[in-house]
Design a protein around this ligand. Structure first.
Ligand code: PLP
Ligand code: COI
Length: 353
């Protein structure tokens, strides 16, 4: 792998006291090209614009998949990745579904580790802050006919991150638009899944909601997930989340929360979860808490759930009484190397350079 370091670091301009997600990018990026049927030499180079043919399928047919992961610092400024092998596996599940070449493990892991090591000064130091890492794979060459590309580019970029949502969320249960359908690409991190969510989300934002709670596309009676998060409910003293299926992105945060909650002795269940169960829980008071979880957002609880024009408020609990708070703390403590990691989730970053 070639490493071309920047001669003009932008780190001096980075305001770590005022981090706004995605507004500044670390100095370097990782690029690996797939050409002539094989992966070519990789390079780490200064972050900058990229240029591809205007007929690249990424522009016309949305042949693009991505990942989201984070690097954290502990008190001694040692750096840790969280379950990176899960992102590696997921990007390849996505790639296969979009008829793209899979990224070899050594390219993904070496690229990731060396890039983050080189840009380790970009990782914020405070608890709850991190460096958000965005690996992505795009189709870069082809002819204009609707066919998969011959050439691809796998890249990794990163941006310092603080809390993605800074307040409790107002959520709308969606009954008109859909994020995914059976047999589709809902289980992947295909770029198009996000593009298609922007319009319905804008409409929901205009009604005063933060995010949409997606339901199944054929009946709109079953809960699936949020725009950028999986969802949990604390219902009848049980932590429940929709059972993963082809429509739902299988979240690494969700999976980790299930493991953590079980270890803490909470009763947990992944099940087919109906909208009516949730509404009943809101009406009877048996639904005490609801929250979304994901890499960017971590864990964020809901204040209001809206269904068919009725706004249901969730109990206004103190932090201490919130299962979401307790789980968030346990997760962040593991990520920041403040507690034991009995599950082997943390991967300490070596110093390569
Ligand atoms: N669902 C969607 C649609 C997402 O975009 C995300 C974020 O990546 C998640 C769920 C949560 O997944 P993870 O916890 O792996 O970040
Ligand atoms: C993530 O949590 O990694 C996401 O995918 C959210 C992102 C679209 C900002």
């Amino acid at each position: 792998m070639k490493i071309k370091k920047t001669l003009h670091s932008r780190i001096g301009k980075m305001d770590f006291n005022n981090i706004s997600f995605g507004s500044q990018y670390s100095d370097h990026m990782f690029c690996s090209e797939y050409k002539d049927g094989k992966w070519q030499d990789s390079i780490i180079k200064p972050f900058g614009n990229i240029m591809f043919s205007p007929v690249s399928p990424v522009f016309h047919y949305g042949q693009a998949v991505f990942e989201g992961m984070k690097a954290y610092k502990d008190k001694n400024e040692e750096v840790f990745l969280f379950r990176p092998e899960e992102n590696f596996k997921r990007i390849n599940r996505s790639a296969i579904r979009l008829e793209m070449p899979t990224v070899p493990e050594d390219i993904f892991m070496n690229g990731l580790k060396k890039l983050i090591d080189l840009d380790r000064d970009w990782i914020p130091k405070n608890y709850g802050q991190s460096l958000y890492i965005r690996p992505f794979l795009i189709a870069t060459n082809g002819v204009l006919s609707a066919k998969p590309s011959k050439d691809y580019m796998f890249m990794i970029i990163s941006t310092p991150a603080d809390a993605y949502y800074k307040h409790p969320m107002k959520i709308k249960i969606e009954e008109k638009y859909s994020r995914s359908a059976a047999g589709g690409v809902g289980f992947t991190k295909a770029a198009g899944n996000y593009a298609s969510s922007f319009y319905p989300t804008k409409l929901a934002n205009e009604e005063g909601f933060d995010q949409i709670l997606w339901t199944d596309s054929s009946t709109h009676t079953m809960i699936e997930e949020l725009g950028t998060m999986n969802v949990f409910f604390w219902l009848k003293n049980k932590l429940v989340t929709p059972k993963a299926n082809d429509n739902i992105l299988s979240g690494i945060t969700c999976k980790s929360i299930l493991t953590l909650a079980e270890k803490k002795g909470f009763s947990v269940e992944e099940k087919n979860l109906s909208v009516s169960e949730i509404i009943k829980g809101l009406q009877t008071g048996e639904l005490k808490e609801a929250f979304g979880c994901g890499t960017a957002a971590v864990i964020n609880f809901f204040k209001i759930i809206s269904y068919q024009g009725n706004n249901f408020s969730l109990p206004d609990l103190t932090e201490k009484k919130r299962i979401s708070f307790c789980l968030k703390k346990s997760l962040l403590d593991i990520q920041h190397n403040l507690s034991e990691d009995p599950f082997g989730w943390r991967v300490q970053l070596k110093r390569y350079l």
